[in-house]
Design a protein around this ligand. Sequence first.
Ligand code: AMP
Length: 306
Amino acid sequence: MSLVVVGSVAYDGVKTPHGKVDRMLGGSATYTSLAAAYFVPVKLVAVVGDDFAHQDSDLLASRQVDLEGLDRVAGGRTFFWQGVYSSDMNDRATLRTDLNVFAGFNPKLPESYRSEPYLFLGNIQPSLQKMVRAQMPGLKLTGGDTMNYWIEDFRPALLETIREWDFLLINDSEARLLSGERNLRRAAAAILEMGPHTLVIKRGEFGALLFRRDMHFAAPGYLLDTLIDPTGAGDCFAGGFIGYLAGRETGSPLADADVTELRRAVIYGSVMGSFCCEQFGVDRFRTLRREEIDARYQEFVNCMAF
Ligand code: AMP
């Protein structure tokens, strides 16, 4: 059984206090897929142009990421995003967004993807997220991400879309914007009324909060000694979170999942987000081994016990 991941596959130009890369593999679905594939086979749904390099598709294919759903548009160019980080890397400015083939993204799932039980919808237009979900009748677990732009300008469509999700994974400013509440506990309570029974609020270097109606759980951020490039950390968090849950293969829906399993998923999310920041772009995933993931998970367990 596989996890279907939908979102952007991109080339990124990134500048951080540690250096600058003009063009490297990126995109939300790329990061989520690479992180999730340590736990479960992934089927990717995205669009690229014919400038998409073979080394990049080879990297994904070498990590149990199925590329039948990666649409290559002849004569088109791959989505390009360029950003620059502040000196403490807590803020970033977008310098350039060239949507290119992503502007016409109309995700069509290959027949072999439609019966899969797990779906992660990356940050794309809410109506497209809804359309993808509608193509998968046998889902056991659906969740996704969104951003300010969709919350502010596409609110009715977004609310209609997330109503059908098991979990929503957003950052703290997005949670405040979506709920209209400043206090995160109140924000979470309001969002849990919108449909998803599980909410994860990412807080960058400060960790993540998990909410359900009857519980919450706070995971610290991993204290990295060197943070090189935070691009994609949120997407890798998502990959670790849903990848861990999907990889359990218990057959039970998330609504019935033991909360201990959800806490573990949040920690695996934090672990994958932290590895992502250790090198530029996806580079850390070229060498990362499952044993290192489990060792860092154990570090979390040790540092959280009191
Ligand atoms: P994150 O740092 O987790 O927010 O993810 C950064 C990734 O999102 C980069 O690799 C970008 O290519 C991708 N990205 C940036 N802007 C957009 C957008 N408008 N839609 C989809 N993906 C985007």
